[in-house]
Design a protein around this ligand. Structure first.
Ligand SMILES: CSCCC(=O)/C(O)=C/O
Ligand code: FE2
Ligand code: NI
Length: 392
């Protein structure tokens, strides 16, 4: 993460801590190997004792999404995430005219904070200081009204279905993609509060590990507690994702660029619902049979939503929820399946390199070159975890 524009907006303490960790900051007492300045280590040590220490990107995203209905100011959201108020007396000083604006809903907001954001680390307070601390703070936490508790991050400068309207674009226009297909457009909004989520894709694409229940496939099937999977983790499995402007897909330059770079010359739409999809019941059943394709499966959700389930390195199911604006690429050879969610509707743009082949190869189909290549490229890579022999 590079901060290119100072004062572009404040980051949450969690983001600063995440950044420092990504650069190698750890509790390792020697602190000589990593290229972190002593002043940055001070920030790191401070943050380790703050609520940011136990937060995850998924939790912060969930909070950012769920607190939107309260129409809080950015500074208010920032303070809430950084300080994690767990009682009314703690949240009141963080919100301007809290009583007038929220009344009883303030309690709801506190409940949301407590539900979504984890408890901060317990401070080891020396006996003799205990009384003093209790006098100055509410519940052991500083609630100074004027203070926006951020770690001043600007200063860290570092360097087979029915189709409609099939379309074929000229394949010669396409170029080999070098890398960076996952990159966000440069010069966009830079911080989580502006974006509403830490990664704008995560507003329309979320992933989590599934439970083992046999209940209705259209239910979310979260584990208890929820175990979210980041989009970066999905990319390690070869699952790429973008957030695009689904209301303007005809003219969307970003989509055009992706299609050109990746050679997606073919395009059509697939609407999954009983009224629009012939042999609906049979198709729904087939989509949910675990299978692979010998080419990428590219789906861009332009309306509705649905679940694409993919297997991870250890053969566990990850559920990828794709909503309007979310586009994903499942690599050739990955075992996966698809189901509608309880809203029972999706309209997806299907893209393909050249003439489309939709054939699903139901598991097991491990002898196929596409499967072998997938294992080699994604499951046997360093840090890729235990590769799975699906034939077993
Ligand atoms: C939303 S597109 C229908 C699902 C599909 O085409 C497929 O291949 C799932 O694996
Ligand atoms: Fe598929
Ligand atoms: Ni398919």
């Amino acid at each position: 993460m590079k901060i290119k524009e100072a004062n572009a907006g404040a980051l949450t303490n969690f983001e600063v801590l995440d950044f420092l960790r990504s650069r190698g900051a750890s509790k390792d007492p020697t602190r000589v190997i990593v290229s972190i300045a002593p002043s940055e280590f001070k920030v790191y040590d401070y943050l380790l004792e703050s609520p940011a220490c136990n937060q995850t990107k998924e939790q912060v995203n969930e909070f950012l999404t769920r607190c939107k209905s309260y129409k809080l100011a950015k500074a208010e959201v920032l303070n809430i995430i950084n300080l994690r108020p767990s009682q009314l007396v703690e949240i009141v000083p963080m919100i301007e005219e809290s009583e007038k604006r929220f009344g009883e809903k303030l309690e709801e907001l506190v409940n949301l904070v407590v539900e979504v954001l984890p408890e901060p680390p317990k401070k080891a307070v020396p006996e003799e200081e205990k009384n003093e601390v209790e006098e100055d703070t509410v519940d052991g936490k500083n609630t100074d009204e004027d203070k926006t508790e951020t770690a001043n991050p600007e200063q860290i400068d570092e360097d087979q279905t029915e189709t409609t309207n099939p379309e074929q674009i000229d394949e010669d226009q396409t170029e080999e993609n070098e890398d960076g297909e996952q990159m966000e457009t440069k010069g966009e909004k830079k911080n989580s509060l502006d974006m509403g989520v830490l990664d704008k894709r995560e507003e329309v694409i979320q992933a989590w590990y599934m439970d083992d229940s046999d209940e209705d496939q259209r239910l979310p099937h979260h584990r208890e507690p929820k175990e979210f999977v980041s989009l970066d983790k999905l990319a390690e499995l070869g699952v790429l994702s973008w957030r695009l402007d689904a209301d303007n897909y005809e003219t969307d330059e970003e989509l055009k660029k992706i299609r050109e770079e990746r050679g997606y010359s073919y395009m059509d739409f697939c609407e999954v619902c009983p009224e629009k999809l012939p042999n609906y019941e049979e198709k729904i059943k087939n989509f949910f049979e675990e299978h692979l394709h010998t080419d990428e499966e590219i789906r861009y959700c332009v309306a509705g939503s649905g679940y694409f389930d993919v297997r991870d390195h250890t053969d566990k199911w990850i559920r990828v929820w794709v909503k309007k604006g979310g586009m994903i690429v499942l690599p050739a050879g990955i075992y996966h399946r698809f189901t509608l969610d309880t809203d029972n509707y999706i309209k997806a743009m299907r893209l393909f390199v050249g003439d489309p082949i939709w054939t699903p190869f139901n598991r097991p189909h491990d002898h196929l070159p596409a499967r072998k290549e997938y294992i080699e490229n994604f499951l046997q890579k360093e840090g890729g975890g235990q590769a799975v022999d699906a034939a077993a």
